[in-house]
Design a protein around this ligand. Structure first.
Ligand code: MTE
Ligand code: CO
Length: 430
């Protein structure tokens, strides 16, 4: 294990051998017994008898923290990168600490970042958004103009990078859900439908595609079908109730619900209307999937249903026998999550997880299984089923169709091995 909590080792287990040895045959997911047994009070317990500093000394007043930040004891809850994986300013990525979070909203400061040319620090008074191409009236908007349009909307949507879980195509690799699944975040957006701006400019009848362009040094460009742009894309300036963070595209970004993160152009400066796609770098050599027969899947766009158990996981091992709470996240680019199943015996037996909190279309959805752990080894998996009936595939099922050349669009079922001492590892059942 390195400092970032990941290991490059590939752990592969023989399914029959493992299950036989572990004797999991009868291990169902028993409902947790009522009452978590706490330790009996030690006598004398200084944590109870002593007056702690925070009760003795006057604390900070309201002037001390004009913009709040987490407790000093939560310093470990941070985005992390993987040294050997594109941590340069030309192309960099870090990961959301999913195992430290609960509910469905990602705190703004913990949203993973993916930049192709670093963070653009934009003065909003100098930023413009242009609409050109096959329109009656090309237009240029200031950020203030955008905020004066009627029909403002609020939505929670997940954004998943197409490369999320990309390092796992050829076997288990990164040891932590932060690294295997942390290229996803879910925030509340406020903005206006892209359709409002397109209507203002007047789309010509032969228009079929849009090109979204960023103002950062990478000049990120992506072709988007006009139908999608008119259906539910948003131009947003706000996340989780406050201005977008610079990392997330301040002052304006494009939101493309349910579709691969690369299309959600940050620092949005131009939308061109055209009659065919532009075949930019990010939709030809990148974000395409090379199949076994040499052909490539292109313009796949939608992120299929996926899920992951965030606790327990390698960075969040099991620490206590008895009642425990297993939790995780599920999402689908095709709509709402219908059901989540959880297995603790490597996919032999499944139990329906309890979903709590809102189940919103194209948003992260939180699930729980309250269970009793008696110290036996577990092979934990989760499987998402969305409202269209699509079932999250196993990694081997995916490989049968897609081969092993891919990096992108890996929504296969994840397995965590929980050892008898509670330590948890990224493995694959072979
Ligand atoms: N937009 C611009 N202008 N520049 C970029 O580098 N990266 C894209 C997309 N939009 C990118 C961009 C990629 S690959 C992803 S996954 C998402 O933004 C990441 O969004 P985030 O940084 O808010 O997580
Ligand atoms: Co991406």
């Amino acid at each position: 294990m390195t400092e970032t909590g990941m290991s490059r080792e590939t752990a592969r287990l023989n399914r029959r051998g493992f299950l036989g040895a572990a004797g999991l045959a009868g291990a169902g997911l028993a409902t947790a017994a009522t009452g978590v047994r706490a330790a009996p009070p030690a006598t004398p317990d200084p944590l109870i008898t002593d007056v702690q500093d925070w009760a003795r000394v006057l604390g900070d007043g309201v002037q001390a923290r004009p913009y709040g930040s987490p407790s000093q004891f939560e310093k470990h809850v941070v985005r992390r990168d993987v040294e050997w994986l594109t941590a340069s300013r030309e192309s960099s990525v870090n990961f959301t600490p999913l195992h430290e979070l609960d509910g469905i909203i990602t705190p703004s400061g913990l949203c993973f970042e993916r930049h192709h040319g670093g963070i653009a620090e934009i003065d909003p008074s100098k930023h413009r958004l242009m609409i050109n191409g096959l329109v009656d009236k090309p237009m240029v908007f200031t950020v203030e103009d955008l905020k004066r349009f009627p029909g403002r909307q609020n939505h929670a949507y997940f954004l998943e990078c197409a490369a999320n879980s990309g390092m796992e195509w050829r076997g288990a690799q990164l040891n932590g859900c932060q690294f295997t699944h942390g290229m996803v975040h879910n925030v509340w957006y406020t903005g206006i439908p892209l359709k409002t701006l397109l209507d203002e400019a007047g789309i010509r009848t032969n228009a079929k595609w849009l090109l979204a362009e960023g103002a950062d040094s990478s000049g990120m460009t992506r072709s988007i079908p006009l139908d999608k742009g008119l259906k539910d894309c948003l131009v947003v300036w706000s996340m989780n109730g406050e201005a977008l963070r610079p990392e997330q595209g301040y002052p304006v970004r494009l939101v493309v619900p349910g579709w691969e993160g690369n299309m959600w152009v940050k620092w949005l400066r131009r939308i061109e209307v055209g009659d065919q796609p532009w075949h930019q770098r990010e939709e030809t050599s990148k974000y395409t999937d090379l199949l076994a027969d040499g052909r490539s899947r292109r313009f796949t766009f939608i992120m299929d249903a996926k899920s992951v158990v965030t606790n327990p996981s390698p960075q969040a091992p099991l620490k206590h026998k008895g009642p425990n709470v297993l939790t995780g996240l599920a999402w689908s680019g095709r709509g709402k999550i219908g059901r989540v199943d959880v297995s603790i015996d490597g996919g032999r037996n499944w139990r329906t997880a309890r979903i709590d909190g809102p189940v919103l279309p194209m948003s992260l959805t939180r699930f729980y299984v309250d269970f009793d752990w008696n110290g036996q080894e577990l092979m934990i998996q989760s499987r998402a089923i969305d409202e269209t009936g699509y079932v999250q595939p196993t990694k081997d099922e995916l490989r049968k169709v897609r081969g092993v050349n891919s990096i992108y669009h890996n929504n296969g079922i994840q397995t965590w091995l929980v050892r008898a001492n509670g330590e948890t590892e990224n493995v694959e059942i072979g």
